[in-house]
Design a protein around this ligand. Structure first.
Ligand code: G1P
Ligand code: ZN
Length: 544
């Protein structure tokens, strides 16, 4: 087998976003688009010769083809071994688990997360470092820099490997281990949660749950853990077979895209519990009977109840949330005397805090929750955590959340997304806000008074790294906030996200629809940024 060195021209648009490089499938299909990026990753790493790499993806369209290319490039570039999930599958948290467990050099995950899949939809590639987490900005900046200068890439001339059979094969001098994608992950879950108690709870027939895998990666994981290991009724897992186009659905676990599950949970004879995960298995949505738990509240509830799960019985070291995530968890941290960190959007910012042992739990408003067990957010982990809390407390989801609000107050929260906005207009909107936001301090807006306004900047408490321009914040007296930022994961135009929050201590006022409770702030947000005027939109495309 020959190693070929092939001359290439750089592409100027291979800048990794919030979570790796995402583009339309047809972009990645144009040789050498993928090859260039993979070579740029390898070129920016040092010391991987002879070491091991984890490889897998969420099974979306082009996953298998891309894996074969990456395998041959890894062999040509001198990796000693690749651990690849059978069928090319690994959920994002499972990939993180495998990297950590086998102490590999790093891993490559193929996914565009919750973005739709199929020949005309999205594909993505992301590099994770040896701690199992997404590469930090210093690494992604290097990859981007390299991608703009690349002149050649290396690939082994070899036939495609059979990735559907477990076991060891070789590719040139490199070993390839096809591993079961579920085993290591399931074992880790068994260490964190009380599987005996869960078996009794789920096998009793008195607790009814549904898990919507959205035709994506978590199907095999959820079937094995919930149905086979924990004895939940067959059929608990809905849409459990990963499909290359996710059945034409949008694999994003929210009230809009998981509507079948939502209808079940809000219908007659609704189950006690419902949950869903996204394309690559790192997001989660938690529902009780006729009750939606916002991701921000979910993080706060798990933090307050963590010691009920064996893996967290000794307590939580600290918590972190992304800046736009509601401050519900801050209140728990305050009450429990825990450190609480506010990071920019994107899971990579939690990595240092987790590695340094400063935090145990972390989460984002975008349906992401996780802990120090891996270095990615983890959908099924959050579901098992909730089930463990429910089994231990013997109360309904709604009762647990309402009790939480009574103790800590309710953080009303909503996010309004304007998708596919003209990028220039969106940038103008942000630039105008950036200029004016500092001058808002002390001003009265309706019934609110602005405490401060800024463009969020983060100094990593562990390595001192600074990340600027992470979102415009308007912070009001009393804890209400309006935040504006542009998405870093979209593949077309710009997506403007407006996050709105207020705190309500009075239990008599905990029953309101968030859109009503936040109506004045929603109106203020529009006025401050001129959203309608600048985007030409009369209302958001998605409200979560
Ligand atoms: C979105 C979410 C963010 C999350 C990321 C990857 O990024 O807002 O919290 O970490 O997806 O799942 P955005 O499109 O806002 O940059
Ligand atoms: Zn995801």
């Amino acid at each position: 087998m020959n190693i070929k060195t092939i001359a290439t021209q750089p592409f100027q648009d291979q800048k990794p976003g919030t979570s790796g490089l995402r583009k339309k499938v047809r972009v990645f299909q144009q040789t050498p688009y993928l090859e260039n990026f993979v070579q740029a990753i390898f070129d920016s790493l040092e010391g991987y010769q002879g070491r091991s790499l984890v490889l897998g993806g969420d099974g979306r369209y082009y996953n298998r083809e891309a894996l074969q290319i990456i395998l041959k490039m890894a062999a040509a570039n001198g990796f000693g071994e690749v651990l690849v999930g059978r069928g090319g599958l690994l959920s994002t948290p499972a990939a993180s688990c495998v990297i950590r467990k086998y102490q590999t050099f790093g891993g490559i995950i193929l996914s565009a997360s919750h973005n739709p899949g199929g020949p005309t939809e999205d594909f993505g590639i992301k590099y994770n470092i040896g701690n199992g987490g997404p590469a930090p900005e210093t690494v992604t900046d290097n990859i981007y820099g390299r991608s703009k200068q690349i002149k050649e890439y290396k690939i082994l001339e070899a036939p495609d490997l059979d990735l559907d059979r477990l076991g060891e094969t070789r590719l040139g001098a490199m070993r390839v281990q096809v591993i079961d994608p579920v085993t290591d992950y399931a074992e880790l879950m068994g260490q964190l949660f009380d599987f005996n108690r869960l078996r009794e709870f789920l096998g009793s027939g008195r607790f009814d749950l549904r898990f919507d895998a959205m035709n994506a990666i978590t199907g095999p994981y959820a079937r094995h853990i919930l149905e086979e290991l924990l004895g939940a009724a067959p059929g608990t897992v809905m849409r459990g077979d990963p499909l290359p186009d996710f059945g034409g659905a949008h694999p994003d676990p929210n009230l809009v895209y998981a509507h079948e599950l939502v209808e079940l949970l809000y219908g007659d004879g609704a189950p006690d519990f419902g949950a869903a995960s996204d394309g690559d298995g790192d997001r989660n949505m938690i529902l009780g009977r006729r009750f939606f738990v916002t991701p921000s509240d979910s993080l706060a509830v798990l933090a307050a109840n963590a010691t009920l799960a064996p893996g967290y019985a000794r307590g939580v070291k600290g918590v972190a949330r992304s800046m736009p995530t509601s401050q519900a968890v801050d209140r728990v941290a305050e009450a429990l005397g825990l450190p609480c960190f506010e990071t920019p959007t994107g899971w990579k910012f939690f990595g240092n805090l987790l590695d340094a042992g400063r935090i145990t739990l972390c989460g984002e408003e975008s349906f992401g929750t996780g802990s120090d067990h891996v270095r990615e957010k983890d959908g099924l982990w959050a579901v098992l955590f909730w089930l463990n809390v429910l089994a231990a407390r013997g109360e309904s989801v709604e009762a647990i959340v309402r009790a939480h609000w009574r103790r800590f107050g309710r953080n009303y929260y909503t996010r309004h997304d304007y998708e596919g906005v003209n990028a220039e207009r969106a940038n103008e909107l942000m630039a105008t806000l950036r200029q004016s936001v500092g001058g808002l301090a002390g001003r009265r807006l309706g019934s609110y008074e602005v405490a401060t306004g800024d463009d969020f900047s983060y100094t990593d408490p562990v390595d001192g790294g600074i990340s600027q321009r992470q979102g415009i914040r308007v912070l009001f007296q009393g804890g209400a906030r309006i935040i504006f930022r542009l998405s870093g994961t979209g593949t077309e135009g710009a997506t403007l996200r407006v996050y709105i929050e207020s705190h309500e201590p009075d239990p008599a006022r905990h029953d309101r629809d968030p859109q009503v409770a936040l109506a004045e702030l929603i109106r203020l947000a529009d006025e401050l940024a001129g959203v309608r005027e600048r985007t030409g939109r009369v209302k958001p495309d998605v409200i979560t």
